[in-house]
Design a protein around this ligand. Structure first.
Ligand SMILES: [Zn+2]
Length: 93
């Protein structure tokens, strides 16, 4: 899934963008993991929803993020799916 997310790192490899710096924090390369978990905005988003992101969370392991206690099990798959913006949706079914 990492190569399917149109991160600046992937776009730079295709010579579509000139640099890989994240435009939100201006401090790190914009990889799929950075967009989804590491940058300040997505990290705040996940934590406000009650998710405890494991250190080094990887996009390809999105389905393994521990379920917050307040989220009923029957709604967890749908919540994490939509919270992730449906990246790689066919892989998550
Ligand atoms: Zn950033």
């Amino acid at each position: 899934m990492n190569d399917r997310v149109q991160s600046k790192v992937n776009l730079h490899k295709k010579t579509i963008v000139p640099d890989v710096t994240c435009e939100i924090c201006c401090n790190n390369p914009e990889t799929a993991n950075h967009i989804m978990f590491e940058c300040s905005f997505p990290y705040s988003f996940w934590t406000k929803l009650g998710f405890q992101l494991p250190t080094g969370q990887q996009v390809r392991e999105l389905h393994m993020i521990p379920k917050p206690e307040h989220v009923p099990a029957e709604h967890y798959a749908g919540l994490s799916y939509y919270a992730a913006g449906n990246f790689g949706s066919e892989e998550m079914e």
